[in-house]
Design a protein around this ligand. Structure first.
Ligand SMILES: Cc1cc2nc3c(=O)[nH]c(=O)nc-3n(C[C@H](O)[C@H](O)[C@H](O)COP(=O)(O)OP(=O)(O)OC[C@H]3O[C@@H](n4cnc5c(N)ncnc54)[C@H](O)[C@@H]3O)c2cc1C
Length: 393
């Protein structure tokens, strides 16, 4: 290992994997990302980022790009009923806008920060082996099985993480949260402008965020007892469920190409006992997959990436640096994961009584309480980089 940095393998080229690769390269590390997909395509829909994630992106040196591909959205503080009434309205000065973007746009700018040779597509990690001195990823390519060695291996391979299962064979399997989610993006300029809002129905929650190029990202989450429900025509199913909700919801659905609508079961992970073992660390959904109800999964992955890159900067004792990362990240990310599991137990309840209480309380107490709750979640700031091995005063 050189004084500047060593060698790192990152399993998974999602937002978490690319972000930590960028952070490590800035710290002088030589990084290779192994991504299962054969190519990086325009995938996914939209998502939103809270201030904690933007600060993490700044710490990683990609904050400007994140802002440049994003559009402010008021959906965090504008809550409506299916008939169109307001439970809460975004108030400038009190409420913080989130930043929404298309996944493909953010992915493209993150990839742009890495040299082509640092990202290997069509490389599916199938196992991890480590000794005191080195860690090895075994991965499958179209040309056969390969092995790569490094000083550290980061498992950023999502909720079904092979790195997690390989290094922590007893780790729990993902848990279905009895939630089904549809997502879509409108054609550019078809419904515009849209400020961003959420609409709470009984057992169903809709949200919409403006995106760049005058597109709108929308999602619908509903209660679903069993995983695996699939529909021939997703858009028709969404219309069937909420087509009579307030405008612009029907307009947004009409402006969405039917073939592009995504439908997924929502799983999360029970708590892990550690995110680090020797020279292997987990990050993002591989470590703490959570429901999307706080819109924090990718935000937490960016926080992880900022802290992991900071802990490995100048580190000579890799296991000790990864143990510090685990100590710094596990309590916070597990708290957010726990909150994201609890939230839909009330907010997606199908009980009429719970729905009435929830909407009435939100109307009465609304903005102030929600703003304080969000502030606690979003208040995170990255640490000031320190030189490891030196005691701070
Ligand atoms: C409906 C929905 C809405 C959401 N909205 C938001 C939001 O608004 N804000 C927010 O912050 N978060 C949101 N999230 C959460 C967010 O999508 C995830 O937390 C985030 O994508 C996690 O990033 P990641 O890089 O850890 O994992 P992933 O995005 O899952 O990336 C993992 C990568 O690893 C690759 N991979 C998998 N296995 C292997 C292997 N064996 N070898 C090599 N590569 C492999 C995959 O192909 C993928 O590219 C939402 C999630 C859902 C489901």
């Amino acid at each position: 290992m050189t004084e500047r940095g060593g060698t790192a393998l990152v399993a998974g080229g999602g937002i978490g994997g690319l972000a930590v690769a960028i952070g490590l390269r800035r710290a002088g590390w030589s990084v290779t990302v192994l991504e299962r997909a054969a190519e990086f395509r325009e995938v996914g829909a939209g998502w939103s980022f809270a201030p904690n994630a933007v600060r993490a992106a700044d710490a990683l040196g990609v904050g400007e790009e994140l802002r440049a591909v994003s559009v402010p959205t008021e959906a965090g503080a504008t809550l409506r009923t299916p008939a169109g009434g307001h439970l809460m309205r975004f108030r400038a000065g009190r409420d913080t806008p989130l930043l929404a973007n298309h996944r493909a746009d953010l992915h493209r700018v993150l990839l742009g920060h890495l040299p082509a040779a640092a990202v290997r597509a069509g490389a599916e990690v199938t196992g991890v082996e480590q000794t005191d001195r080195r860690v090895t990823a075994v991965y499958r390519t179209p040309g056969g099985l390969r092995r790569a060695e490094a000083d550290v291996l980061i498992g950023a391979d999502g909720i079904g993480s092979v790195v997690r299962r390989s290094t922590w064979p007893d780790s729990p399997a993902p848990v279905f949260q009895r939630i089904l989610c549809w997502r879509g993006v409108t054609k550019p300029g078809s419904v515009w402008p849209v400020e961003g809002f959420q609409t709470w129905g009984r057992g169903a929650r809709f949200g919409a965020h403006p995106l760049s190029r005058q597109r709108v990202f929308w999602f619908l989450t509903v209660r679903q007892n069993e995983p695996g429900a699939r529909y021939d025509d997703n858009l028709a199913e969404v219309r069937h469920r909420i087509g009579d909700w307030h405008e612009p919801i029907p307009a947004l659905l009409s402006a969405t190409p039917p073939d592009s609508v995504l439908c997924h079961d929502i799983y999360d992970l029970d708590p892990l006992t550690s995110y680090a073992a020797g020279r292997v660390a987990l990050l993002g959904d591989a470590a703490h997959a959570m429901t999307p109800f706080l819109a924090q999964g990718a935000c937490q992955a960016l926080e992880d990436a900022a802290i992991l890159a900071s802990e490995l900067t100048g580190a000579t004792e890799i296991p000790a640096a990864l143990a510090r990362y685990d100590e710094a990240r596990r309590p916070r990310s597990q708290q957010v994961r726990h909150m994201a599991r609890q939230d839909p137990r009330i907010s997606l309840s199908t009980s009429t009584l719970t729905y009435c209480l929830m909407t009435r309380l939100t109307r009465l107490a609304g903005g102030g309480v929600a703003a304080r709750k969000a502030a606690r979640l979003w208040d995170w700031t990255p640490p000031i980089p320190s030189r490891h091995g030196e005691e701070s005063e």
